[in-house]
Design a protein. Structure first.
Length: 210
């Protein structure tokens, strides 16, 4: 029994089309992987540039703060370098792979993803620790910078503020606390606060000898 040449030609064309479709699908997957990799590398370069700019700006705040974030910067650079070298090309599944090959490739890709996840968790932990240390340092610095004289603290001023700042603050308090600005049932309390604040500013002026 012979096969009609026309039918044989159609079958060959069908197989060729299927092969072309598989190749096109594989090529599309490969191009998508490359596209994602390029985007990831672009984001990493932008993040590194921003981190570098932030470090330059932090120089103005003193060497102590720079040392505080040194560990976090090293962790970010290490992660960025490792991520830029990361490639899943060898895990791409081709038409020539058997079922066992596919399973092995998938497990390999999962292992790589787990390593990257663990590295990301480690980086996040470092950054959280650095942020906590920075907050603690800022809190200590804030306490150090608080005005030592309680009179100034009551009106929200620093002990060494210039006289024109003191005068402006007093004028503002007078406007805000003047009893005429309050309804009748609140004027008594407003007058008490007004007189108390005036007494504070009078005492500050006396201490300054002005």
């Amino acid at each position: 029994m012979s096969i009609h040449p026309h039918l044989s030609s159609k079958q060959n064309q069908g197989r060729d089309q299927e092969e072309d479709t598989r190749k096109a699908s594989y090529q599309a997957r490969r191009e998508e992987v490359f596209r994602q990799r390029r985007e990831r590398e672009k984001r990493q370069r932008e993040e590194q540039a921003q981190a570098s700019q932030s470090r330059r700006g932090s120089d103005e705040r003193g060497e102590g703060v720079e040392n505080l974030f040194e560990r976090g910067d090293k962790a970010i650079n290490k992660w960025a370098a490792k991520a830029s070298d990361s490639s899943y090309d060898k895990f791409l599944i081709g038409d020539h792979h058997t079922a066992d090959d596919v399973v092995a490739l998938l497990f390999g890709a999962l292992g790589r993803m787990k390593d990257e996840r663990d590295a990301a968790i480690s980086l996040i932990s470092v950054l959280i620790e650095e942020r906590s240390r920075a907050r603690a340092q800022n809190a200590v610095q804030h306490r150090v910078n608080e005005p030592s004289n309680p009179l100034y603290r009551k009106v929200g001023l620093h002990e060494h503020c210039p006289n024109h700042v003191l005068a402006a603050a007093r004028k503002s308090f007078r406007v805000i606390l003047h009893p005429d600005n309050y309804p009748a049932h609140m004027r008594e309390e407003a007058e008490r606060r007004f007189k108390e604040t005036e007494a504070i500013f009078d005492e500050i002026r006396r201490l300054r000898g002005s």
